[in-house]
Design a protein around this ligand. Sequence first.
Ligand code: UFG
Length: 347
Amino acid sequence: MKKGKILVAGGMGYIGSHTAVELINAGYEVLIIDDLSNSNADVLDGIEKITGTRPVFVQQDLKDKEATRAILKANPGVDGVILFAAYKAVGESVREPLKYYRNNIVTLINQLELMAELGIKGIVFSSSCTVYGQPDVSHLPVTEKAPIQPALSPYGNTKQINEEIIRDTIHAGAPFKSIILRYFNPIGAHPSAEIGELPNGVPQNLIPYLTQTAIGIRKELSVFGDDYHTPDGSCIRDYINVVDLAKAHVVAMDRMLENRSDEPVEIFNLGTGHGVSVLELIQTFEKATDVKVPYRVVGRREGDIEQVWANPEKANKVLGWKAEVSLADTLRSAWNWQKRLRERGIQ
Ligand code: UFG
């Protein structure tokens, strides 16, 4: 049974492609717009292999409003939007702030204007736990009520500004609803290993660096600091399986389109509720895969947060969603994906 048509903006990327799969599995029709600036066209084959359906895909930069409007007019009947399309490299955003402000903010403004114009009923927005900065220990695990802290990077600032743009627009009477999802640390790949994370160049994030080290592309993994105020001295994060995360988008969209949300803008933390240190994560990977990861503790990385993990109770209760895949299974999926990339001669 077809449930409705969803525009997945940035649907060829890491989280977007996993979400496209879960939307199709749930009976939605999917339209993907993506400029392929951090992904490639093969992702469509992966989505088709998993679901048996090849979604309509149009390559387009979403900063171009006229072109985006033309695509939506040529593919009418979109009920909801999920907005993933954004730049996300923290370090690059510090070096090239205007690139980040222009892309991440103009894309959202265009989308909101087009939604009002074309009668699209709701938008699910990808936000990040980065908005909480380093929460006071008394706020751990963090709920949605924890204070927002000044952003540590232009990237983080674009997430805060985008949340405000959505709130202000809807409070001013825009004819649609929004659910803002604050992700903790999404990791892993689809269990089929048909889609996964494809980092550009040297990975900045822990898991792709770790799996590339395990397979021999990198010599050793640097652990950024073991002198933090945590039980083993390394930083703590809430690592959430990407398929679990994708499923949260489906229930959020169901909720908006079925008008079950009382508030026009709702915010949910998406995490497991468990904090895991970098050193614990390496051990879990080694146990789960039987592969050794050469690593060395080096100095702290500038701007890193010491510890943050989610209180996901609101999403558990209100959305009826819960992270289910274990960390060991998630790390195994990341490893299987890395091996698949090697088979394909990509990395
Ligand atoms: N780490 C290492 N070695 C590496 C890479 C990372 O030890 O080579 C450590 C980091 O110090 C950190 C943890 O692994 O403690 C996770 O680091 P990631 O870079 O994978 O993720 P971050 O938590 O730093 O950043 C992520 C997203 C951002 C988002 C942020 C929110 O990448 O987009 O969470 O806190 F803003």
